[in-house]
Design a protein around this ligand. Structure first.
Ligand code: MN
Ligand code: MN
Length: 470
Protein backbone atom coordinates (compact mmCIF):
# COMPACT_ATOMS: atom_id res chain seq x y z
CA UNK A 1 0.00 0.00 0.00
CA UNK A 2 1.28 3.40 -0.94
CA UNK A 3 1.24 6.15 1.67
CA UNK A 4 0.41 8.63 -1.06
CA UNK A 5 -2.96 10.28 -1.26
CA UNK A 6 -5.03 10.09 -4.42
CA UNK A 7 -4.20 13.72 -5.13
CA UNK A 8 -0.48 13.03 -4.82
CA UNK A 9 -0.73 10.05 -7.13
CA UNK A 10 -2.81 11.99 -9.65
CA UNK A 11 -0.21 14.75 -9.59
CA UNK A 12 2.57 12.27 -10.34
CA UNK A 13 0.53 10.84 -13.17
CA UNK A 14 -0.64 14.08 -14.74
CA UNK A 15 2.12 16.65 -14.22
CA UNK A 16 5.23 17.02 -16.37
CA UNK A 17 8.45 16.57 -14.46
CA UNK A 18 11.78 17.53 -15.96
CA UNK A 19 14.43 14.79 -15.68
CA UNK A 20 17.81 15.63 -14.16
CA UNK A 21 20.80 13.42 -15.01
CA UNK A 22 21.97 13.15 -11.40
CA UNK A 23 18.55 12.01 -10.22
CA UNK A 24 17.95 9.66 -13.15
CA UNK A 25 21.24 8.00 -14.04
CA UNK A 26 23.30 5.31 -12.34
CA UNK A 27 26.83 6.06 -11.19
CA UNK A 28 28.15 3.95 -14.10
CA UNK A 29 26.13 6.01 -16.58
CA UNK A 30 27.40 9.23 -15.04
CA UNK A 31 30.96 7.96 -15.35
CA UNK A 32 30.32 7.15 -19.01
CA UNK A 33 29.31 10.78 -19.52
CA UNK A 34 32.54 12.05 -17.97
CA UNK A 35 34.60 9.59 -20.02
CA UNK A 36 32.87 10.66 -23.24
CA UNK A 37 33.85 14.29 -22.58
CA UNK A 38 37.56 13.42 -22.79
CA UNK A 39 37.32 12.64 -26.52
CA UNK A 40 35.24 15.74 -27.07
CA UNK A 41 37.82 17.96 -25.35
CA UNK A 42 40.54 16.62 -27.68
CA UNK A 43 38.34 17.24 -30.72
CA UNK A 44 37.57 20.76 -29.53
CA UNK A 45 41.21 21.71 -28.93
CA UNK A 46 42.05 20.53 -32.44
CA UNK A 47 39.10 22.48 -33.94
CA UNK A 48 39.39 26.20 -33.27
CA UNK A 49 38.28 27.11 -36.79
CA UNK A 50 35.87 25.44 -39.20
CA UNK A 51 38.82 24.32 -41.31
CA UNK A 52 40.44 22.62 -38.33
CA UNK A 53 37.10 21.06 -37.36
CA UNK A 54 36.82 19.55 -40.84
CA UNK A 55 40.23 17.90 -40.45
CA UNK A 56 39.51 16.64 -36.91
CA UNK A 57 36.15 15.28 -38.09
CA UNK A 58 37.72 13.47 -41.06
CA UNK A 59 40.19 11.85 -38.68
CA UNK A 60 37.30 10.48 -36.58
CA UNK A 61 35.41 9.30 -39.67
CA UNK A 62 38.41 7.62 -41.32
CA UNK A 63 39.07 5.70 -38.09
CA UNK A 64 35.48 4.46 -38.39
CA UNK A 65 36.01 3.31 -41.99
CA UNK A 66 34.59 6.31 -43.86
CA UNK A 67 36.10 7.02 -47.29
CA UNK A 68 36.47 10.27 -49.24
CA UNK A 69 33.62 10.90 -51.67
CA UNK A 70 33.27 13.45 -54.45
CA UNK A 71 29.99 14.60 -55.90
CA UNK A 72 29.18 12.36 -58.86
CA UNK A 73 30.99 9.26 -57.50
CA UNK A 74 28.99 6.03 -57.53
CA UNK A 75 27.14 5.33 -54.26
CA UNK A 76 26.07 1.86 -53.09
CA UNK A 77 24.16 0.52 -50.10
CA UNK A 78 26.51 0.00 -47.15
CA UNK A 79 28.94 2.77 -48.17
CA UNK A 80 30.38 5.02 -45.47
CA UNK A 81 31.50 8.25 -47.11
CA UNK A 82 32.50 11.81 -46.37
CA UNK A 83 32.43 14.83 -48.61
CA UNK A 84 34.93 17.57 -47.77
CA UNK A 85 33.39 20.84 -48.94
CA UNK A 86 36.39 23.07 -49.76
CA UNK A 87 37.98 22.34 -46.39
CA UNK A 88 35.29 24.44 -44.68
CA UNK A 89 32.27 22.14 -44.47
CA UNK A 90 31.85 18.40 -44.19
CA UNK A 91 29.20 15.76 -44.83
CA UNK A 92 29.36 12.27 -43.34
CA UNK A 93 27.16 9.89 -45.31
CA UNK A 94 26.21 6.41 -44.09
CA UNK A 95 24.31 4.64 -46.84
CA UNK A 96 21.77 2.20 -45.44
CA UNK A 97 20.20 -0.90 -46.91
CA UNK A 98 16.55 0.10 -46.66
CA UNK A 99 14.60 1.80 -49.48
CA UNK A 100 16.05 5.29 -49.99
CA UNK A 101 12.51 6.61 -50.48
CA UNK A 102 11.98 5.99 -46.75
CA UNK A 103 14.06 9.16 -46.41
CA UNK A 104 17.39 10.19 -44.95
CA UNK A 105 18.10 10.93 -41.29
CA UNK A 106 20.03 14.20 -41.17
CA UNK A 107 21.90 15.75 -38.25
CA UNK A 108 22.91 19.30 -39.19
CA UNK A 109 25.38 21.21 -37.02
CA UNK A 110 27.80 24.07 -37.68
CA UNK A 111 31.52 24.23 -37.07
CA UNK A 112 32.18 27.98 -37.25
CA UNK A 113 32.24 30.04 -34.06
CA UNK A 114 32.30 33.78 -33.29
CA UNK A 115 35.83 35.21 -33.47
CA UNK A 116 37.91 38.08 -34.82
CA UNK A 117 38.92 37.70 -38.46
CA UNK A 118 41.91 39.60 -39.81
CA UNK A 119 41.13 42.32 -42.35
CA UNK A 120 42.68 42.00 -45.81
CA UNK A 121 45.31 44.63 -45.03
CA UNK A 122 45.69 43.79 -41.35
CA UNK A 123 49.26 44.72 -40.45
CA UNK A 124 50.05 48.23 -39.23
CA UNK A 125 52.28 50.09 -36.82
CA UNK A 126 51.27 52.76 -34.33
CA UNK A 127 53.59 54.40 -31.77
CA UNK A 128 56.02 51.49 -31.77
CA UNK A 129 53.38 48.74 -31.63
CA UNK A 130 52.71 46.38 -34.53
CA UNK A 131 49.05 45.37 -34.69
CA UNK A 132 46.62 43.29 -36.69
CA UNK A 133 43.35 45.01 -37.57
CA UNK A 134 40.35 42.73 -37.18
CA UNK A 135 36.77 42.49 -38.36
CA UNK A 136 34.71 40.49 -35.92
CA UNK A 137 32.82 37.44 -37.16
CA UNK A 138 29.43 36.60 -35.67
CA UNK A 139 27.74 37.90 -32.56
CA UNK A 140 30.39 38.81 -30.02
CA UNK A 141 30.34 40.98 -26.93
CA UNK A 142 33.42 43.01 -27.77
CA UNK A 143 34.58 43.71 -24.23
CA UNK A 144 35.06 39.97 -23.65
CA UNK A 145 37.93 39.86 -26.15
CA UNK A 146 40.23 42.35 -24.43
CA UNK A 147 42.89 41.31 -21.92
CA UNK A 148 42.73 37.58 -22.66
CA UNK A 149 45.42 35.45 -24.34
CA UNK A 150 44.66 35.08 -28.05
CA UNK A 151 45.88 32.75 -30.77
CA UNK A 152 46.18 33.12 -34.55
CA UNK A 153 44.73 30.32 -36.70
CA UNK A 154 44.09 29.97 -40.39
CA UNK A 155 45.46 29.63 -43.86
CA UNK A 156 47.35 31.87 -46.26
CA UNK A 157 47.37 31.23 -49.99
CA UNK A 158 50.63 32.59 -51.30
CA UNK A 159 51.07 34.27 -54.68
CA UNK A 160 52.17 30.93 -56.17
CA UNK A 161 48.92 29.28 -54.97
CA UNK A 162 50.60 27.30 -52.21
CA UNK A 163 48.60 27.02 -48.97
CA UNK A 164 50.31 27.71 -45.66
CA UNK A 165 48.69 26.69 -42.37
CA UNK A 166 49.11 29.11 -39.49
CA UNK A 167 48.65 28.20 -35.84
CA UNK A 168 50.31 30.37 -33.21
CA UNK A 169 49.47 30.61 -29.52
CA UNK A 170 48.21 27.15 -28.54
CA UNK A 171 51.31 25.01 -28.20
CA UNK A 172 53.34 25.00 -24.99
CA UNK A 173 56.01 27.66 -25.30
CA UNK A 174 54.15 29.63 -27.98
CA UNK A 175 53.72 33.38 -27.50
CA UNK A 176 50.11 34.60 -27.46
CA UNK A 177 48.54 37.76 -28.85
CA UNK A 178 46.41 40.28 -26.94
CA UNK A 179 44.03 43.25 -27.13
CA UNK A 180 44.55 45.81 -24.37
CA UNK A 181 41.95 47.58 -22.25
CA UNK A 182 42.03 50.76 -20.19
CA UNK A 183 43.17 50.80 -16.61
CA UNK A 184 40.29 51.58 -14.22
CA UNK A 185 42.16 54.67 -13.08
CA UNK A 186 41.63 56.25 -16.50
CA UNK A 187 38.33 54.68 -17.50
CA UNK A 188 36.09 57.47 -16.22
CA UNK A 189 34.71 58.36 -19.65
CA UNK A 190 34.59 54.76 -20.93
CA UNK A 191 32.70 53.67 -17.81
CA UNK A 192 29.91 56.11 -18.66
CA UNK A 193 29.28 54.43 -22.02
CA UNK A 194 26.71 51.68 -22.50
CA UNK A 195 28.40 48.25 -22.55
CA UNK A 196 27.67 47.80 -26.25
CA UNK A 197 29.41 51.07 -27.13
CA UNK A 198 32.42 51.02 -24.81
CA UNK A 199 34.36 48.90 -27.31
CA UNK A 200 34.31 49.44 -31.06
CA UNK A 201 35.00 47.03 -33.90
CA UNK A 202 37.83 49.25 -35.16
CA UNK A 203 39.30 49.27 -31.66
CA UNK A 204 39.86 45.50 -31.56
CA UNK A 205 43.50 45.72 -32.67
CA UNK A 206 45.70 42.79 -31.70
CA UNK A 207 49.27 43.32 -30.50
CA UNK A 208 51.81 41.43 -32.61
CA UNK A 209 55.06 42.90 -31.40
CA UNK A 210 56.86 45.96 -30.08
CA UNK A 211 60.50 45.70 -31.16
CA UNK A 212 62.20 47.16 -34.27
CA UNK A 213 64.16 45.38 -36.95
CA UNK A 214 67.91 45.42 -36.28
CA UNK A 215 70.27 45.76 -39.21
CA UNK A 216 73.28 43.43 -39.54
CA UNK A 217 75.45 45.90 -37.63
CA UNK A 218 73.18 45.50 -34.59
CA UNK A 219 71.69 48.97 -34.99
CA UNK A 220 68.00 49.75 -35.30
CA UNK A 221 67.01 50.07 -38.95
CA UNK A 222 66.83 53.67 -40.16
CA UNK A 223 63.63 52.95 -42.14
CA UNK A 224 60.22 53.92 -40.81
CA UNK A 225 57.63 51.30 -39.70
CA UNK A 226 60.50 49.47 -37.98
CA UNK A 227 58.28 47.26 -35.82
CA UNK A 228 55.93 46.33 -38.63
CA UNK A 229 59.01 45.46 -40.70
CA UNK A 230 60.36 43.26 -37.91
CA UNK A 231 57.06 41.35 -37.63
CA UNK A 232 56.72 40.99 -41.40
CA UNK A 233 60.26 39.58 -41.60
CA UNK A 234 59.42 37.08 -38.82
CA UNK A 235 56.24 35.99 -40.62
CA UNK A 236 58.17 35.72 -43.87
CA UNK A 237 60.87 33.57 -42.28
CA UNK A 238 58.32 31.26 -40.63
CA UNK A 239 55.70 31.03 -43.36
CA UNK A 240 57.31 32.42 -46.52
CA UNK A 241 54.58 35.06 -46.89
CA UNK A 242 54.65 38.70 -47.90
CA UNK A 243 52.22 41.44 -46.93
CA UNK A 244 50.15 41.05 -50.12
CA UNK A 245 49.48 37.39 -49.25
CA UNK A 246 47.10 38.52 -46.48
CA UNK A 247 44.70 39.36 -49.30
CA UNK A 248 44.22 35.67 -50.10
CA UNK A 249 44.19 34.46 -46.49
CA UNK A 250 41.67 33.44 -43.87
CA UNK A 251 43.30 34.21 -40.57
CA UNK A 252 41.34 34.38 -37.35
CA UNK A 253 42.03 35.50 -33.83
CA UNK A 254 40.65 32.91 -31.41
CA UNK A 255 41.11 32.41 -27.66
CA UNK A 256 44.40 30.72 -26.78
CA UNK A 257 42.72 28.88 -23.90
CA UNK A 258 42.24 25.14 -24.34
CA UNK A 259 39.38 23.03 -22.97
CA UNK A 260 39.41 22.59 -19.19
CA UNK A 261 37.20 21.16 -16.46
CA UNK A 262 35.30 23.83 -14.54
CA UNK A 263 34.19 23.38 -10.95
CA UNK A 264 35.72 21.24 -8.20
CA UNK A 265 33.34 18.39 -9.14
CA UNK A 266 34.48 18.63 -12.80
CA UNK A 267 30.98 18.43 -14.27
CA UNK A 268 31.33 21.51 -16.46
CA UNK A 269 33.59 21.82 -19.47
CA UNK A 270 34.91 25.30 -20.28
CA UNK A 271 36.17 26.08 -23.78
CA UNK A 272 36.05 28.32 -26.80
CA UNK A 273 33.68 27.17 -29.55
CA UNK A 274 31.22 24.80 -27.85
CA UNK A 275 28.73 26.58 -30.14
CA UNK A 276 28.43 24.46 -32.17
CA UNK A 277 31.14 21.83 -31.99
CA UNK A 278 29.34 20.51 -28.90
CA UNK A 279 26.66 19.31 -31.34
CA UNK A 280 28.99 18.52 -34.27
CA UNK A 281 31.06 16.03 -32.28
CA UNK A 282 28.11 14.06 -30.82
CA UNK A 283 26.47 14.02 -34.27
CA UNK A 284 29.64 12.38 -35.63
CA UNK A 285 29.95 9.87 -32.79
CA UNK A 286 26.21 9.23 -33.12
CA UNK A 287 26.37 8.30 -36.82
CA UNK A 288 29.53 6.26 -36.19
CA UNK A 289 27.86 4.34 -33.36
CA UNK A 290 24.83 3.58 -35.58
CA UNK A 291 27.11 1.91 -38.18
CA UNK A 292 24.93 -1.18 -38.54
CA UNK A 293 21.55 0.49 -38.95
CA UNK A 294 19.58 0.01 -42.17
CA UNK A 295 18.87 3.74 -42.41
CA UNK A 296 20.68 6.20 -44.63
CA UNK A 297 22.06 8.99 -42.46
CA UNK A 298 23.89 12.23 -43.16
CA UNK A 299 25.74 14.46 -40.72
CA UNK A 300 26.09 17.92 -42.23
CA UNK A 301 28.69 20.20 -40.65
CA UNK A 302 28.31 23.68 -42.06
CA UNK A 303 30.32 26.87 -42.01
CA UNK A 304 28.93 30.43 -41.79
CA UNK A 305 26.00 29.76 -39.44
CA UNK A 306 27.17 32.56 -37.18
CA UNK A 307 26.84 35.08 -40.05
CA UNK A 308 23.63 33.86 -41.69
CA UNK A 309 24.49 30.52 -43.36
CA UNK A 310 25.18 32.08 -46.77
CA UNK A 311 27.91 31.14 -49.19
CA UNK A 312 29.29 27.91 -50.66
CA UNK A 313 29.94 26.30 -47.27
CA UNK A 314 26.85 27.65 -45.48
CA UNK A 315 23.67 25.63 -44.98
CA UNK A 316 21.82 27.80 -47.49
CA UNK A 317 24.04 26.34 -50.24
CA UNK A 318 22.39 23.59 -52.26
CA UNK A 319 25.09 21.01 -51.50
CA UNK A 320 23.16 19.02 -48.88
CA UNK A 321 20.29 18.72 -51.33
CA UNK A 322 22.66 17.81 -54.18
CA UNK A 323 23.92 14.96 -51.98
CA UNK A 324 20.34 13.82 -51.39
CA UNK A 325 19.80 13.96 -55.17
CA UNK A 326 22.87 11.79 -55.68
CA UNK A 327 21.68 9.30 -53.06
CA UNK A 328 18.27 9.13 -54.74
CA UNK A 329 19.75 8.75 -58.21
CA UNK A 330 22.27 6.05 -57.23
CA UNK A 331 19.89 4.05 -55.07
CA UNK A 332 16.90 4.23 -57.40
CA UNK A 333 14.61 6.73 -55.69
CA UNK A 334 12.71 9.89 -56.54
CA UNK A 335 14.58 12.75 -54.89
CA UNK A 336 11.39 14.68 -54.09
CA UNK A 337 10.00 11.64 -52.30
CA UNK A 338 13.31 11.11 -50.47
CA UNK A 339 13.21 14.67 -49.12
CA UNK A 340 9.51 14.44 -48.25
CA UNK A 341 10.26 11.40 -46.08
CA UNK A 342 13.55 12.64 -44.63
CA UNK A 343 13.91 13.82 -41.07
CA UNK A 344 16.38 16.32 -39.67
CA UNK A 345 17.69 17.25 -36.26
CA UNK A 346 19.05 20.77 -36.56
CA UNK A 347 21.80 20.28 -34.01
CA UNK A 348 22.63 23.62 -32.48
CA UNK A 349 23.18 24.86 -28.98
CA UNK A 350 20.60 26.64 -26.89
CA UNK A 351 20.85 29.04 -23.97
CA UNK A 352 21.15 27.45 -20.54
CA UNK A 353 19.25 29.06 -17.67
CA UNK A 354 21.88 31.00 -15.71
CA UNK A 355 21.10 31.52 -11.99
CA UNK A 356 23.33 34.59 -12.12
CA UNK A 357 21.11 36.19 -14.80
CA UNK A 358 17.61 34.84 -14.06
CA UNK A 359 15.99 37.96 -15.49
CA UNK A 360 16.53 36.94 -19.13
CA UNK A 361 15.08 33.43 -19.08
CA UNK A 362 11.63 32.10 -18.36
CA UNK A 363 12.58 29.19 -16.18
CA UNK A 364 9.59 26.96 -16.93
CA UNK A 365 10.56 26.89 -20.62
CA UNK A 366 14.31 27.45 -20.49
CA UNK A 367 16.89 24.66 -20.74
CA UNK A 368 18.22 23.75 -17.31
CA UNK A 369 21.78 22.54 -16.72
CA UNK A 370 22.22 18.73 -16.45
CA UNK A 371 18.64 18.12 -17.65
CA UNK A 372 19.73 16.79 -21.00
CA UNK A 373 19.68 17.85 -24.63
CA UNK A 374 17.25 20.69 -25.35
CA UNK A 375 14.58 20.54 -28.05
CA UNK A 376 13.42 23.89 -29.40
CA UNK A 377 10.16 23.62 -31.32
CA UNK A 378 10.73 27.18 -32.41
CA UNK A 379 13.45 29.84 -32.32
CA UNK A 380 13.27 33.35 -33.78
CA UNK A 381 12.67 36.75 -32.20
CA UNK A 382 9.95 39.39 -31.84
CA UNK A 383 7.02 36.95 -32.04
CA UNK A 384 8.81 33.91 -33.53
CA UNK A 385 10.16 35.99 -36.43
CA UNK A 386 12.31 33.87 -38.73
CA UNK A 387 11.54 30.59 -37.02
CA UNK A 388 11.08 27.10 -38.41
CA UNK A 389 8.44 26.36 -35.71
CA UNK A 390 8.43 22.60 -36.24
CA UNK A 391 4.97 20.99 -36.62
CA UNK A 392 3.71 19.19 -33.51
CA UNK A 393 3.69 15.89 -35.42
CA UNK A 394 7.47 15.90 -35.83
CA UNK A 395 7.95 17.05 -32.22
CA UNK A 396 5.85 14.03 -31.28
CA UNK A 397 8.07 11.75 -33.39
CA UNK A 398 11.28 13.02 -31.79
CA UNK A 399 9.77 13.00 -28.30
CA UNK A 400 8.79 9.35 -28.65
CA UNK A 401 12.14 8.44 -30.19
CA UNK A 402 14.10 10.00 -27.31
CA UNK A 403 11.79 8.63 -24.61
CA UNK A 404 11.94 5.17 -26.19
CA UNK A 405 15.76 5.21 -26.01
CA UNK A 406 15.85 6.70 -22.50
CA UNK A 407 17.55 9.88 -23.71
CA UNK A 408 17.36 12.66 -21.14
CA UNK A 409 15.98 15.68 -22.93
CA UNK A 410 14.02 18.81 -22.21
CA UNK A 411 12.34 21.61 -24.08
CA UNK A 412 14.37 24.76 -24.61
CA UNK A 413 13.32 28.31 -25.34
CA UNK A 414 16.19 30.71 -25.91
CA UNK A 415 15.05 33.41 -23.49
CA UNK A 416 12.16 35.56 -22.39
CA UNK A 417 9.75 36.44 -25.20
CA UNK A 418 10.80 40.05 -25.74
CA UNK A 419 14.41 39.69 -24.57
CA UNK A 420 15.97 38.98 -27.96
CA UNK A 421 16.26 35.73 -29.84
CA UNK A 422 18.19 33.86 -32.45
CA UNK A 423 18.01 31.44 -35.32
CA UNK A 424 19.62 28.27 -36.59
CA UNK A 425 19.99 26.37 -39.86
CA UNK A 426 16.67 24.55 -39.21
CA UNK A 427 14.61 26.71 -41.56
CA UNK A 428 16.96 26.28 -44.52
CA UNK A 429 16.45 22.52 -44.36
CA UNK A 430 12.74 22.64 -43.54
CA UNK A 431 12.24 25.03 -46.48
CA UNK A 432 13.27 22.14 -48.74
CA UNK A 433 10.40 19.97 -47.49
CA UNK A 434 12.30 18.07 -44.81
CA UNK A 435 10.80 17.78 -41.31
CA UNK A 436 13.27 19.54 -39.02
CA UNK A 437 13.45 20.40 -35.35
CA UNK A 438 16.18 22.08 -33.32
CA UNK A 439 17.92 20.05 -30.65
CA UNK A 440 21.15 20.93 -28.89
CA UNK A 441 23.25 21.23 -25.80
CA UNK A 442 22.49 24.10 -23.37
CA UNK A 443 25.40 26.56 -23.09
CA UNK A 444 26.31 29.11 -20.42
CA UNK A 445 28.04 32.33 -21.58
CA UNK A 446 27.23 31.44 -25.21
CA UNK A 447 29.46 33.21 -27.79
CA UNK A 448 31.97 34.20 -25.09
CA UNK A 449 35.64 33.31 -25.59
CA UNK A 450 35.13 30.76 -22.80
CA UNK A 451 31.75 28.99 -22.85
CA UNK A 452 30.50 26.37 -20.39
CA UNK A 453 28.52 23.17 -20.95
CA UNK A 454 27.52 20.17 -18.84
CA UNK A 455 29.27 16.87 -19.54
CA UNK A 456 26.02 15.03 -18.87
CA UNK A 457 24.14 17.17 -21.40
CA UNK A 458 26.94 16.55 -23.93
CA UNK A 459 26.61 12.79 -23.43
CA UNK A 460 22.83 12.91 -23.86
CA UNK A 461 23.42 14.71 -27.16
CA UNK A 462 25.55 11.77 -28.30
CA UNK A 463 22.85 9.34 -27.19
CA UNK A 464 20.15 11.39 -28.92
CA UNK A 465 21.97 11.50 -32.29
CA UNK A 466 22.89 7.80 -32.05
CA UNK A 467 19.22 6.96 -31.39
CA UNK A 468 18.15 9.10 -34.36
CA UNK A 469 20.63 7.41 -36.73
CA UNK A 470 19.87 3.88 -35.47
MN1 MN B 1 25.06 27.78 -33.01
MN1 MN C 1 26.01 30.84 -32.27
Amino acid sequence: MSDKTKGQMMKEELFYKKKNAFETKTQDELKAAKDYAVGYAEYLDASKTEREAVLASIELLEKAGYKAYNLGDKISAGDKLYLNNRGKGLFAIKVGTENIENGVRICAAHIDSPRLDLKQHPLFENDGFAYFKTHYYGGIRKYQWATIPLALHGVVLKANGETVNVRIGDEAGDPVLCITDLLPHLAKDQNQKPLGQAFTGEGLNVILGTSPYFEEDGKVTPSDEKVKLNIMIMLNEKYGITESDFISAELSIVPAQNTVDVGLDRWLLGAYGHDDRVCAYPALTGIIEAADSAKTCVVALADKEEVGSDGVAGMQSCLLFDIIDELAKNLGGNTNVVRMNSKCLSADVTACHDPNYPEVSEKRNAAILHCGIGMSKYTGSGGKGGTNDCPAEFVSFVRNLFDGEGVIWQTAELGKVDQGGGGTVAKYIANRNIDTVDVGVPVLSMHAPFELISKSDLYEAHRAFAAFCK
